[in-house]
Design a protein around this ligand. Structure first.
Ligand SMILES: C[S@@+](CC[C@H](N)C(=O)[O-])C[C@H]1O[C@@H](n2cnc3c(N)ncnc32)[C@H](O)[C@@H]1O
Length: 213
């Protein structure tokens, strides 16, 4: 368990240029995120140490200047913190639930991220690109959405054949890969576990990366 104020100080020391926007986003999570029921009331003291820290653990995994679909973005995790500290990325936040999609629209507007972050109210498996949208994404991120096998079924068409899926998973990573062996084979895909350091020495996490071969 991270100490919130220590985690906040550590994260902001790594991203001083994003200080104001990260603080504003955490304020939005702490008030409307909890009020609107997107985060449980007990999450209020884990916003920096768990939610933002987990999201930012992905920063070094995502290549420069790519487009990213954050599937099942919920309150914007990990997509919004990534968009804030990585101005080189174009982000699509895919979220089917109306209330959550409305929250995301509001956060994107208040954080002034609209030039490179789009909210799409859609299930991953129903994505169909508009005239300005990519057919497929370089990277698909997700956190706490579904077990790997199901996730792959929903997202394969979003990143195959040249992109990758990076799913934040914590301790269950190996077991999920094992369970999804058949689905991975049927998609001609391979999965690996990534050990992710936490920025500024905050607690790290783990992810599964899937690519086709
Ligand atoms: C437990 S929440 C996690 C939200 C956020 N990623 C986080 O870490 O806090 C799971 C989210 O996945 C969304 N979701 C469920 N099925 C989905 C699908 N088929 N495609 C895209 N999103 C989906 C839900 O609406 C919900 O917002």
């Amino acid at each position: 368990m991270q100490d919130e104020s220590a985690a906040k100080a550590a994260l902001l020391s790594v991203y001083p240029e994003a200080d104001e926007q990260l603080k504003r986003y955490v304020d939005i999570l702490a008030d409307r995120g909890i009020e609107w029921g997107l985060l449980g009331p007990r999450e209020g003291d884990k916003l920096w140490g768990r939610h933002v820290a987990n999201s930012l653990a992905l920063v070094d995994v995502i290549p420069e200047g790519v487009n990213v679909a954050d599937v099942g973005s919920g309150a914007g995790l990990p997509g919004v913190p990534l968009a804030i500290v990585r101005p080189d990325l174009d982000l699509y936040l895919l979220e089917p639930m109306q209330r959550r999609a409305e929250f995301l629209e509001l956060a994107v507007e208040e954080l002034d991220l609209g030039a490179r972050v789009r909210v799409l109210r859609v299930r991953a498996e129903d994505y169909s690109p508009g005239p300005d949208d990519p057919e497929t994404f370089d990277v698909v991120t997700c956190r706490a959405v579904a077990p790997l096998g199901r996730l792959l079924g929903w997202t394969a068409s979003l990143f195959f054949p040249d992109g990758e899926l990076v799913a934040l998973k914590g301790q269950s990573a190996e077991a999920e890969i094992e369970k999804a062996a058949k689905v991975l084979r049927s998609h001609r895909a391979r999965a690996e576990v990534l050990e992710l350091a936490g920025p500024g020495g905050v607690e790290g996490t783990r992810a599964i990366r899937v690519r086709s071969f």
